[in-house]
Design a protein around this ligand. Structure first.
Ligand code: SAH
Length: 329
């Protein structure tokens, strides 16, 4: 029955005409067509980014973001939890704490929500080509529901697994399980590193466990062994914070760590400033210097484009008012 939920022209049980009319009317009354409801929508000045605050049936609010690119394809940034327990110091979601994990339906329905939004806009609305788990929450702290939602998308939409990225703070226990889990889909994995120094990382990512970097390097090799052909689908993310983790020495140390881990790709993210926090984003000059060191070691490095920062929709800026955090728009 799940397929009907993804039919492009269906907007409610009323459209599922394989069911008798009476049954459809009952379903319309008793079963929600979608598990989340729009509470508020924001559009960026450039019109290329939308942020929706969605409300769950039990009245919790969380955010999801739609980002466009030049070819009318869209990337959706989904949330896996309302809030987050990881408390990374530069992240607005972390400051909210964890309210609860989202259900598999609430994750799945973020894509259904944006598909309906795009189709309502009409015309050449474009398609959703990519999904990233970079909204609120730590996906590997809600791995069963994340896995279920991904498998539903893979079955019912034209999204391919290499167009889905699960970004994790590095929950090693779950990362180990994934290696042998047959139900784990062959999606991309991005690990949020932010520092290649154990002590420094623990200061900015408090969930860092003892011996994290050593264990992570080992895991990368196991990942390459177990899932060899997926090896190139592993990326490390590194948010650059002025004067905290962006020096040439830190870049050198990172390059050595990446070499040890089998040279996964690196994606640097200029810090998005979060209200109430004093950290600043690195200047482009420092970012370029940092990237040059990594490149010199023959490691692929890309820089994430900032989108939607005028509506507090950029990485790490998602925090809903309901939780007592300030909405900047
Ligand atoms: N819990 C997941 C998803 C978080 S959001 C994880 O930790 O990976 C995706 C990325 O944005 C992560 O790398 C996260 O560390 C980063 N991020 C968080 N706050 C940020 C900020 N203020 N500026 C830039 N990147 C940030």
């Amino acid at each position: 029955m799940e397929e009907v939920l993804f039919k492009p022209n269906f907007s409610g049980w009323k459209d599922v005409t394989v069911f008798p009319k009476e049954m459809r009317e009952k379903m319309e009354e008793g079963i929600p067509w979608i598990s989340v409801e729009l509470s508020r929508m924001f559009e960026s000045r450039r019109g290329d980014t939308f942020k929706a605050i969605l409300e769950t049936e039990d009245g919790l609010k969380f955010e999801t973001v739609l980002m466009g690119n030049a070819t009318e394809q869209w990337t959706v940034c989904v949330s896996s939890q309302v809030g987050c327990a990881m408390r990374c110091v530069f992240c607005a979601t972390g400051a909210m704490g964890l309210k609860r994990s989202l259900t598999a339906d609430e994750i799945t329905d973020q894509i259904r929500f944006w598909r309906a939004f795009l189709s309502e806009r009409g015309g050449e609305a474009g398609r959703i080509s990519n999904v990233v788990f970079m909204g609120m929450g730590e996906p590997l702290a809600n791995v069963e529901n994340v896995k279920r939602a991904i498998n539903v998308w893979l079955k019912n939409t034209d999204l391919g697994p290499t167009h889905i990225t699960v970004s994790t703070v590095g929950v090693l226990k779950v990362m180990e399980q994934i290696l042998t889990d047959r139900e784990w889909p062959p999606v991309r994995i991005a690990v949020s590193l932010h520092s290649a120094d154990q002590e420094e990382r623990a200061k900015i990512v408090p969930s860092t466990e003892p011996g994290f970097l050593e264990k992570l390097a080992d895991w990368c090799h196991k990942y390459a062994q177990e899932l060899g052909n997926r090896h190139h689908h592993l990326t490390f993310e590194y948010t650059l914070i002025q004067g905290v983790n962006d020096s040439v020495e830190q870049a050198e140390k990172l390059a050595r760590f990446l070499e040890k881990a089998g040279k996964p790709k690196l994606n640097v993210i200029p810090l998005n400033v979060v209200t109430g926090k004093t950290m600043m984003k690195s200047s482009q000059e420092r970012i370029d210097r940092f990237k040059a060191v990594i490149l010199k070691h023959g490691i692929d490095v890309t820089q994430r484009r900032t989108m939607g920062d005028d509506i507090a929709a950029a990485c790490g800026q998602l925090a809903t008012q309901a939780a007592g955090c300030e909405q900047r728009s």
